[in-house]
Design a binder for this molecule. Structure first.
Ligand code: NAP
Length: 161
């Protein structure tokens, strides 16, 4: 099973403000929908509570130690439980959709990052962790009206020996 982070960041790695996205990009929301459709999507409890509407066509796993039951979603109380649920569901590509605390915990085990770089220079109270450039390489970049969609893949050790 591949583990992919999917994130939209501002020009300084901003990701959130007051529990919500700091910007509105219709095109990027459509991109998120297209990439995650029919996959399991993992998010922290705070991100889930800030969603403007339900995500159809996707099984949502909410990470929480305080909530035991939320309608229509699966709850996991640890990273290991997330992985177990996804493997039991035969997921091929598990999408990690934030927020900051969840990205920080998954970035080390992720294989791919779908990063939308948004032309946003304003305030934020949450940030995407700094990517270790020795571990990630840019595989693709496409411009769109609000920024760029960039794919990063984890570098393999091939060729080191
Ligand atoms: N730009 C983007 O692409 C993007 C994507 C997602 C989110 N965001 C933004 O990010 C902000 C939220 O980020 P955040 O870091 O404050 O919150 P968060 O990561 O969404 O949620 C944090 C909560 O998740 C639960 N959690 C985290 N790790 C856990 C673990 N290992 N085991 C069990 N539960 C765990 C805890 O819930 P309990 O307190 O219930 O235990 C914790 O309080 C929002 O502004 C949101 O809009 C932006």
């Amino acid at each position: 099973m591949k583990i992919s982070l999917i994130v939209a960041v501002g020009l300084n790695n901003q990701i959130g403000l007051n529990g919500k996205l700091p910007w509105y990009s219709k095109e990027d929301l459509a991109y998120f929908r297209e990439k995650t459709m029919n996959h399991m999507v993992v998010m922290g409890r705070k991100t889930f509570e800030g969603l403007p509407k339900k995500l159809d066509g996707r099984k949502i796993i909410v990470l929480s130690r305080t909530q035991k039951n939320i309608d229509d979603v699966l709850i996991a109380s640890s990273i290991q439980e997330v992985i177990d649920i996804a493997k039991q569901g035969n997921e091929s590509e598990l999408f990690i959709a934030g927020g900051e605390s969840v990205y920080r915990q998954f970035i080390e085990v992720a294989d791919k990052i779908y990063l939308s770089k948004i032309n946003y220079n304003g305030p934020s109270d949450t940030f995407f962790p700094k990517m270790d450039e020795t571990k990630w390489e840019k595989a693709q970049e496409n411009k769109f009206c609000d920024g760029s969609w960039i794919n990063y893949v984890k570098k393999t050790d091939d060729g080191l020996f």
